[in-house]
Design a protein around this ligand. Sequence first.
Ligand SMILES: C[S@@+](CC[C@H](N)C(=O)[O-])C[C@H]1O[C@@H](n2cnc3c(N)ncnc32)[C@H](O)[C@@H]1O
Length: 220
Amino acid sequence: MHPLRQRTEPPTIAEIEEEWRRRARRTGLGPVMRASQPAELAPAVTAATRGQVAGHLDRLSVLLGRPLRSALEIGCGIGRLTPTIAATAERVLAVDMTEEMLARARVACAGLGNVEFQRRTAQRLAIPESRVDVAVCVWVLMHVLDDAEFAAACRGIARSAAHLVLVEYTDAAVPVGRYSRLRSLADYLDALPGARLVERGELCYGGDVSFSALIALDQP
Ligand SMILES: C[S@@+](CC[C@H](N)C(=O)[O-])C[C@H]1O[C@@H](n2cnc3c(N)ncnc32)[C@H](O)[C@@H]1O
């Protein structure tokens, strides 16, 4: 293939999976952090992300007037945020596209008795009989590039969960590469059936900006 075609054509699903298998071999927080950012920023950004996710989950628990019973983590990666979710929800199902990420997450979360890991993609979630209280999805849907796959993922999330904690890039200091696609919070709210914004925060990472949001997924 001509090298220019290689760079401009969107990656296939097989190429995307191979890319995440490759990234899973990086050390430390490297598999899930942006390679264009200095590695020394990763711990503080991770602490801030855990804080944002915990804040949204606590707010949801207050709104429901009870502890969270069930959570679905979509694209759990190396389990960076899984303990934060498991500290708030009674049961957590954490899924990821690749076995390589899941293997690292299982090791990182070995002490957590309320977490189950399974290989699934965001666009092919097996729909549970009753919706979980909350799905948590951090820096994952920005990697679902294709419009039809993105719409399928959003429909599946709304059928699987009554609420969504979503963190995704809106602006990037260094332009994103061919495995990422920036969308606005409004784009996500349009694509998620029944979406209603409950609260919104912001996460800055070097010059990169992500929104964080608690979204109710109302059923028609
Ligand atoms: C940037 S990492 C974020 C991981 C984790 N959410 C975190 O914040 O630490 C993206 C993760 O999503 C997974 N992923 C990418 N596309 C996916 C998809 N379509 N379905 C499920 N997982 C996906 C990758 O394997 C990777 O583990």
